[in-house]
Design a protein around this ligand. Structure first.
Ligand SMILES: *Cc1c(COP(=O)(O)O)cnc(C)c1O
Length: 441
């Protein structure tokens, strides 16, 4: 079996003449030899930029550093690099220095919603835990671009224990997402320690890891790593493939190791102009993912982080893509398209409309083919009044932990057990007028 192509061999030899190209599959070797400058890139690829281009790209690197693994570099088509999706995701562009008024350093307000070091607590029952500041490759479209290359180090145990302590003291947290940076850039031992600490907290039911290593450094998925992960309570893995060309034999092997170990695999794709903003590319990618036992999870609208304007598409492109998937392909190959609300509102799903109209006993729907159909609703339906007293309810939620907490958000408006009728913004002009009125009365 041919293990390496001649391009990879040539790259390996140019990178490190003393050590043999057999090192290619060693993740630490890959990590040690990441491409950190425009100059290195030119030397390794024989691509030459004009002086002006080089100056502009170097300026970009000063603000947003570069790091590309030799493996990911080898996926670039050097002959047509300018249009290459791998190149565009990894190589600095002068356009990153164009800032727009709508852009923000921290559009998702992750730092405001941080009650403890390395923790972002936004949703009621789950938290993000930033356990690593290190990434194998710096994605040009990173939503945490503000932090890239900032402190390329690893939070120490004392810092992480503060985050763990917060989780311990918050019984509502049942899901902990390890993020970063990339948690798989930690050593097996350190990650094992973190997982162990979190696992000992009774109320944590699942742990998730978000990692791009299967895409940019697939050799990181070693047998030892997988054995370690397997020894813990359910660990769900979410990876980040953006283009079908990233699904190489090495990537497939990394995914199959994890799937064989019983680790559930999901994928989050970012919709990127000039990279994957095409229904056919996304469909091909989704098919490759499910072929490799990865369930497409989210398709993200590109965030309003600084320097990403050239990557952003209109929302309509995402809806068009979802329209091209629903009904046209397997249901489990369709991700949920989401916009992460600026200011920390969380992920908001966006979909084409399928419900066209309705009356008191009928809804009118359309399907993916454009067929318009009706669904007749029941003539009589006896709703069960819900006052959140599950023990007295005929629906028999026979669970110890059935709790009777009140519903929040829009779900509260829908609930029987709550008298609130409206959700009202705090800063309505109307209220100011009322207050002014009070004074004069
Ligand atoms: C995305 C995200 C989560 C997880 O959201 P899910 O929809 O459950 O995948 C949790 N916390 C923060 C801050 C997030 O951004």
């Amino acid at each position: 079996m041919k293990q390496f192509n001649s391009k990879q061999q040539d790259l390996a030899e140019r990178i490190d003449h003393d050590s043999m190209w057999q090192n290619w599959k060693n993740w630490q070797w890959q990590q040690k030899h990441t491409i950190k400058s425009i100059h290195d890139f030119e030397r390794l690829t024989d691509i030459r930029f004009s002086d002006e281009q080089k100056a502009m790209r170097n300026k970009t690197v000063q603000k947003f550093p570069i790091s590309i693994t030799p493996y990911y570099l080898s996926l670039i088509d050097f002959k047509d690099y300018e249009n290459d999706p791998i190149f565009r995701q990894s190589f600095p562009s002068p356009q990153e220095l164009t800032m727009q008024p709508c852009e923000m350093e921290d559009p998702l307000a992750e730092e405001k919603d941080s009650p403890a070091p390395q923790i972002t607590h936004r949703y009621p029952d789950r938290v993000l835990f930033h356990v690593s500041n290190v990434c194998a490759m710096y994605c040009r479209h990173c939503t945490r671009k503000r932090k890239v290359g900032d402190l390329d180090d690893i939070p120490d145990k004392v810092t992480l224990l503060q985050g763990i302590d917060y989780i311990k003291k918050s019984p509502q947290i049942r899901d902990v997402l390890l993020s970063g940076g990339d948690p798989f850039m930690l050593s097996d031992g350190y990650l094992d320690w973190i997982l162990g600490e979190i696992e000992r907290i009774d109320h944590v039911e699942v742990i998730r890891v978000g990692t791009r290593t299967p895409v940019v450094l697939p050799f990181r998925i070693t047998d030892d790593l997988v054995d370690m992960l397997k020894s813990h309570r359910p660990v769900w893995i979410n990876t980040h493939f953006n283009h079908p060309r990233e699904m190489t034999e090495s990537a497939k092997l990394a995914l199959s190791k994890m799937a064989d170990a019983g680790l559930p695999l999901g994928n989050q794709t970012v919709l990127l102009a000039g990279v994957n903003d095409c229904p056919r590319i996304i469909k091909r990618l989704m098919h490759k993912l499910v072929q490799n036992r990865v369930r497409p999870y989210y398709l993200y609208q590109c965030d309003l982080s600084e320097g990403l304007s050239h990557f952003r598409t209109p929302v309509g492109k995402g809806i068009e893509i979802i329209e091209s998937l629903i009904g046209h392909t397997s249901g489990f190959a369709v991700p949920t398209y989401v916009i992460d609300a600026p200011g920390g509102g969380g992920k908001i799903p966006v979909m084409p409309n399928y419900l066209i109209s309705w009356s008191t006993n009928k809804v009118v729907l359309r399907n993916y083919e454009g067929v318009i159909t009706t669904y007749k609703e029941p003539d009589s339906y006896e709703p069960i009044f819900c006052d959140r007293k599950c023990a007295e309810c005929t629906l028999q939620l026979n669970l110890d932990e059935a709790n009777e907490t009140v519903a929040t958000g829009i779900a509260r408006l829908l609930s029987d057990a709550n008298e609130s009728m409206t959700l009202v913004p705090q800063d309505l002009d109307r209220f100011e007028r009322r207050n002014a009125g009070d004074e004069t009365e």
